[in-house]
Design a protein around this ligand. Structure first.
Ligand SMILES: CC(=O)CC(=O)SCCNC(=O)CCNC(=O)[C@H](O)C(C)(C)COP(=O)(O)OP(=O)(O)OC[C@H]1O[C@@H](n2cnc3c(N)ncnc32)[C@H](O)[C@@H]1OP(=O)(O)O
Ligand SMILES: NC(=O)C1=CN([C@@H]2O[C@H](COP(=O)(O)OP(=O)(O)OC[C@H]3O[C@@H](n4cnc5c(N)ncnc54)[C@H](OP(=O)(O)O)[C@@H]3O)[C@@H](O)[C@H]2O)C=CC1
Length: 291
């Protein structure tokens, strides 16, 4: 089927980035959230990130204006259901995602493809709660979406070939590269990346290094663009912990045990950049390590 309209559920850091790239590629985008504040913030951020691309001469001012003109926002989930492709990008919690798909079902067009941007949760299980498991897929973008080249495509056990091919085509149209992953906890990228981040938190917890020395070691010693703790703050510590819990429960191996210090930061509400505090404190002019 030909996809022209895209509905995005959740206007957080991933939702806004996904809206950005789809609008720039010519799709009409409807973005929804439960909070008007999140929607307003998302549109302001898309504007800012598009402007950055204009100033670096990656896109023209006219392309920016056209992209912004293709994005509408709504608090009504049913507005999203009338699109050709739904991308769920709400909080990484299975009950939240299940409730969203349940609420969407009565309003969907018969041929709408449903996808989730989940970082870790079983696509087969999410799909099984809908009326169209054959038209359901994992559609996993990387953060920051306008910059990162990869999109993981994850087929559930029932996903059919036309749905998979439709998404491969969409990935090409938005100028990104697809990698297929099987539907096992955290797929490929987070199966490898998140245990590394969790190990960095253990390294901090056990006093082997402090925030600065751990991040500097991986940046200068392994050429990572961000240190693992800086990256955890960037991703969101709640999301990191949720992914580790899915790995731990789904693979039943103690090597995936979330570090208690990661749990403590999340319990404190220190979720990283999005709450201004995590392994670094972002409230001043430059980030200051919290340990
Ligand atoms: C958790 C999951 O489920 C999966 C995941 O996403 S895991 C996380 C994956 N992401 C990563 O690992 C990111 C690691 N970090 C990086 O690659 C880099 O630090 C970075 C690209 C984020 C920033 O790079 P940098 O060199 O420090 O910054 P900077 O030079 O300012 O920006 C580089 C480019 O990114 C753009 N950019 C940076 N942040 C951006 C943002 N939030 N939104 C849009 N564009 C952004 C800049 O405009 C710039 O674009 P051009 O090259 O076209 O001019
Ligand atoms: N952060 C990352 O680096 C990456 C994250 N992901 C995945 O993308 C998804 C979103 O993550 P991210 O953007 O970082 O998270 P954020 O916390 O930035 O955003 C989540 C958004 O979803 C909203 N939300 C919560 N419940 C609902 C609901 N029932 N209906 C609509 N919106 C809702 C939240 O609103 P409120 O704030 O009011 O609760 C918030 O605005 C997760 O599944 C995550 O695992 C995938 C790749 C990378």
């Amino acid at each position: 089927m030909s996809i022209k309209t895209v509905g995005i559920v959740g206007a957080g850091q991933m939702g806004n980035g996904i809206a950005h790239v789809f609008a720039l590629a010519g799709y009409d985008v409807v973005m929804s959230d439960i909070s008007q504040e999140a929607l307003d913030k998302a549109v302001a951020l898309i504007d800012k990130n598009l402007e950055r691309q204009v100033s670096r001469e990656k896109i023209s001012a006219a392309e920016k204006a056209a992209a912004l003109g293709r994005i509408t926002t709504t608090l009504k989930l049913s507005d999203v259901a009338q699109t050709d492709l739904v991308i769920e990008a709400a909080t990484e919690r299975e009950t939240v995602k299940q409730a969203i798909f349940e609420d969407l079902l009565p309003h969907l067009k018969p041929d709408t493809i449903l996808t989730s941007n989940t970082s870790s949760i079983s696509i087969t299980r999410l799909a099984s709660r809908t009326d169209r498991p054959e038209k359901f897929m994992g559609f996993h973008f990387m953060n920051p979406v306008p910059v990162m080249q990869l999109v993981e495509l994850i087929r559930g056990i029932a996903t059919d070939e036309p749905t998979y091919k439709a998404l491969v085509e969409v990935v090409e149209k938005i100028g990104k590269t697809a990698a297929s992953a099987e539907d096992f906890p955290a797929f490929i990228v987070n199966r490898i990346l998140m245990p590394m981040i969790n190990e960095a938190v253990y390294t901090l917890y056990e006093g082997v290094g402090n925030v600065k020395s751990i991040d500097e070691s991986l940046k200068l010693g392994a050429n990572h663009p961000m240190g693992p703790l800086e990256l955890a703050d960037f991703i969101g510590l709640d999301t990191c912990l949720a992914i580790m819990n899915v790995l731990h429960e789904g693979l039943a191996d103690t090597k995936y045990r979330p570090c208690p210090l990661l749990t403590k930061y999340v319990e404190a509400g220190w979720l990283g950049r999005k709450t201004q505090r995590g392994f670094y404190d972002y409230r001043g002019e430059t980030p200051v390590p919290t340990r």
